[in-house]
Design a protein around this ligand. Sequence first.
Ligand code: GDP
Length: 536
Amino acid sequence: MQTIYNNMSFLKEIQRRRTFGIISHPDAGKTTLTEKLLLFGGAIQEAGAVKNNKIKKGATSDFMEIERQRGISVSTSVLAFNYQDKKINILDTPGHKDFAEDTFRTLTAVDSVIVVIDVAKGVEEQTEKLVSVCRMRKIPIIVFINKMDREGKDAFDLMDEVEQKLGLTVTPLSFPIGMGYDFQGIYNLWEQNINLFSGDNRKNIEETIAFSDVQNPELEKIIGQKPADTLREELELIDEVYPKFDRQDYLDGKLQPVFFGSALNNFGVRELLDCFVAIAPSPRPKESETRLVDPTEEKMSGFVFKIHANMDPKHRDRLAFIKIVSGTFERNKPYYHVRLKKNLKFSSPNAFFAEKKEIVDISYPGDIVGLHDTGNFKIGDTLTEGEIMSFKGIPSFSPEHFRYINNADPLKAKQLDKGVDQLMDEGVAQLFTLEMNNRKIIGTVGALQYEVIQYRLEHEYGAKCTYENFPVHKACWVKPNDPKNEEFKEFKRIKQKFLAKDKYGQLVFLADSDFTIQMTQNKYPSVKLFFTSEFE
Ligand code: GDP
C-alpha cells in the first residue's frame, strides 16, 4: 500500500482540479466554447483571444500552414484558469482528422470530456471516433448541443441520434425553449430555472428566472401560451423517457448529461460550466502496468502524453507535456525516468495559464507540466520517485497511410535518421522497419503529415527525403499464442515480406486488405492480430 499524503492543503489542491478536453468535429464550436469558458474564468478579456487550431484550406502555402499550426498548437496545448474555487485545465484536442492520433493521446491525460455537437449537423464522423475512444476508457462525458440560435434538428431526435450513433445513454439537464428564430431560452433542469434572451437581437445578456414548478401559470406570461404548453409537454416526456441524473452513473461512464446552448451568443455556457464544476471528476486514479495509482499518494508519478518541438530550428530542445498522476511535482527535485533508468532534474518546469506558460515550483495531480527536453522523452514515458512502473494507455492505432521513406541526400544519412527518430518520438507519425531488408516505412493518419515530416526534416535537421508508395491497408500488431509453435513459424515465413517492427520492437503485419487480414486470421488462428499496439 502506498502512503497517502495526509496533508489537507494537498488533498484540497487535488479536489479542486478539473482536467478535461473538449472534443468535436471541426466547426461544431469547440474554439468558441473554449473562449467563452475562459471569459467566465476571467482568464481572457475579449473574444478572439483563443486561436483556432483549424487547418485553413488554401489560405496559405502548406509550409506556412504547418508552422502556423505548430505555433498555435503550443499556445493552446493547455489552457488553465480558475473558476469559483476550482482550477480548470483544458487540454487541446485537434479536431482535424489528420491529427486524430494526437487527440487520442491527449484523451489519456483528461479526467473527463465535453463533446460539442452542432444542432444542425448532428453527430459527425470525427465525433463518433473520439467518443468511441472515451467510451473505451470510461471517461465521463457531458454533451453540449451548440448553435441553438440556428434552425436545427428537433431536440428529441438529436438526443436519439446521440444515443444511437455514439452509444451513449443521455439525460438532458437543460432544454431549449424553441429553436432558431423562435429560440427564447433554456429551461435549466439542473438548477431549475429559466434563462431567457433579453432584447430582440438575442445576443449576450440573459435573464435568469428561478422557476422550480413549470405548472406555475406565470410561465405563460414569461414565454407565451404556446411555448409554455410545449415546454410542459416536453418536460413531462423527459421525465418519462430519460433516466434521472445520477452523478455516480455519469462518473462511471454509464450516463451522459446533455446541455443545449449557443457558444457564440454565450447562451447556456454558464449553466454548462456551473454544472461541470459541480459534477466533473477531480483527478482520477490511473492504471499502471503493475498497479492502480491514486492521486493522493505522496510520491510523485506522471507520464508524457505529448511532445512539442521548439519552433526555433536553431534550438533543438523540445517541450514534453507531463500529466501529474500522484504526489507533487517540484522544481529541481530529481525524478526517475523509468525507461532510461536514470534520475533527471528540471530547473524550469512550465505551468500553463490561459495562453501563457510560466515557471512553477510545485504542481499537483491533474496539472500538466511542460518540461524542456533535449531528447530524453518519448510519448508514454513515466516519471516516478524511484518506483519501477509504467502507466498504461497510450496505444498506437493503425495508421491509414503508408509510404517508404528514402534518403535524398546521401551525405546527410545521419541527420535523416536522427530527424526521423525524433519526429517519431514526438508522435508525428509511426515508423515501421521491414524485417526483410530494414527499409523504413512511415505510417500516418493523414496525408498532411508527410509534408510536415519532409519540411521539418529539411528545416530542423538539414536532411532531405522522398517517399514511395507502399500499398498497405492496415498495420496489425501480432501476438502468437506460442512463439515457438510451427504455425507461428510458418506465418513468419509466408508473410515475411509484410512483417515489420514498430518503434518499440513489436512485430507488425502490414496487411494489404481486410480480406487478407481475415484470411490470415483463419489460416493461423493461434497468431492473433490487433489494430492497436496495446492489446493486453
Ligand atoms: P471548432 O472548429 O469546433 O473550433 O469551431 P469554431 O469555434 O471555430 O466555430 C466554427 C464556426 O461556427 C465559427 O464561424 C463560429 O463563429 C460559429 N459558431 C460557434 N458557435 C456558434 C453558435 O452558437 N451559433 C452560431 N450561429 N454559430 C456559432
